[in-house]
Design a protein around this ligand. Sequence first.
Ligand SMILES: [Zn+2]
Length: 126
Amino acid sequence: MLKWRNLRKNFDKRPELLRCPNCRSELQQSEVGPTAYAQKIRDTAPDIYAFTLLYRCPQCPWWALREEYISSLFLNLAEDYLIFPPKDASLADVSENTWERILTDEDLNPDSGVKLKDEEVQWLFG
Ligand SMILES: [Zn+2]
């Protein structure tokens, strides 16, 4: 089961995700979404701006989604979440459309985001 990880619990500044942790190729990013959860936030709290980035590897099936929330009322309120196939997933498990299912999953709530493990910080951003 995939979980959102709250990058604010690991980093003070916004970390850049540049290279595929699987093959070290330079990741491509594009804006997608919003997720079903971000859409709910947009509907209930119009002062919160939510945006979703998709990171994809051009050389292998690896991907990650990143969702950030910025409040126009409290300028320093910025949440930063990342979701990705776990380190031990086989590439066969990292199916192309898994991230698309996450976009529409109403039960996958970034508020339940947990911290990255130290080994994941090294794997993703090291
Ligand atoms: Zn890759």
